[in-house]
Design a protein around this ligand. Structure first.
Ligand code: RIB
Length: 309
């Protein structure tokens, strides 16, 4: 990998995660007694920004918080982790976004999001953050902000020659014109299926490639990731771990993947590092507190083989 450090620009959500761990997820209409409750800094955008910064990336973030204690804590979390938050603004009229998360004994979660200030990021906000695009090499986005803001950022990123990495989470319709601007599309299996309208993984991959996607990276949790381009399809195996809480494992993948790309890694190596960061994250509770440092990632990669190595 080359030593040149390139700036990653992340535009996305910041949420306070209200997390209940329980023996299992309740059924509709059912009340069960949970084990415990914690608040953790989260939000896909902030998680991916912090993941990349902990792994040594130069990271800038664009986003919006409320003027409330959750907003203060989230701002503190990203800046303490080295993310440049110059373009994270505060909205006095709207509370900070929250996510209600249930984690079961297998470490699997359900998440309900209340967008709050994230839902107030506008095209004008993105335009006002234009200086952040000038020295960036990669733009990383998700789908927890209004679509107009996401699209504006993609157009500006393209105009500035940035590589565009889109994690379409949660999944929503993407036009062929927008797909053509994405350099790396990184859905999980269920997002891929929603994007394609198909159940089969293989058929969904074929469909997205036929719509013009250049590089499709499908994250499969405990099964690793698939890299698909018009020329080839590769499976990158997962690392075997005992999951405690899978929250933000996908965000850790994205953070590690983009840092590796910014350091000159090829697609397979970037995904291998993404898988390792995701695995490490799933071994600890919470979103941002569970994201690995560079040292932890390198140590894990030195000592652990992926399941099919
Ligand atoms: O990807 C995990 C994240 O999704 C959580 O931190 C939650 O805030 C939601 O945005």
């Amino acid at each position: 990998m080359s030593e040149t450090k390139k700036t990653l620009l992340v535009i996305g959500s910041l949420n306070m995660d209200l997390v209940v761990t329980a023996p299992r997820h309740p059924e509709i209409g059912e009340t069960i007694t949970a084990n415990d409750f914690h608040t953790f800094p989260g939000g896909k955008g902030a998680n991916q920004a912090v993941a990349a910064a902990r792994l040594g990336g130069n990271v800038k973030m664009i986003g919006k918080l409320g003027c409330d204690p959750f907003g203060d804590q989230l701002f503190d979390s990203i800046t303490r982790n080295g993310v440049d938050a110059t373009f994270v603004t505060r909205d006095p009229q709207t509370p900070t976004g929250v996510a209600l998360i249930t984690v079961d004994q297998q470490g699997e979660n359900t998440i309900l999001i209340v967008a709050g200030a994230n839902g107030r990021v506008t095209v004008t906000d993105v335009q006002a953050a234009a200086p952040a695009f000038t020295d960036a090499a990669i733009l990383l986005l998700q789908h927890e902000l209004p679509q107009a803001a996401v699209e504006q950022a993609i157009h500006m990123g393209k105009a500035h020659g940035l590589k565009i990495v889109l994690n379409p989470a949660p999944a929503r319709e993407l036009s062929d014109e927008l797909l053509a601007e994405i350099d790396y599309l990184v859905p999980n299996e269920s997002e891929l299926s929603l994007l394609s309208g198909l159940n089969s993984l293989e058929a969904s991959i074929r469909m997205l490639l036929s719509r013009g996607v250049q590089r499709l990276i499908v994250t499969l949790g405990g099964d690793g990731a698939i890299l698909a381009t018009p020329q080839q399809q590769i499976h990158v195996p997962a690392f075997c771990i005992e999951p405690v809480d899978t929250t933000a494992a996908g965000d850790a993948f994205l953070g590690a993947f983009t840092v590796a790309l910014s350091e000159g890694a090829d697609l397979r190596e970037a995904a291998r590092r993404g898988n390792a960061a995701g695995a490490l994250t799933a071994t600890k509770p919470g979103a941002q507190p569970s994201l690995p440092t560079r040292q932890e990632l390198e140590q894990f990669l030195r000592t652990r083989a992926s399941v099919k190595d």
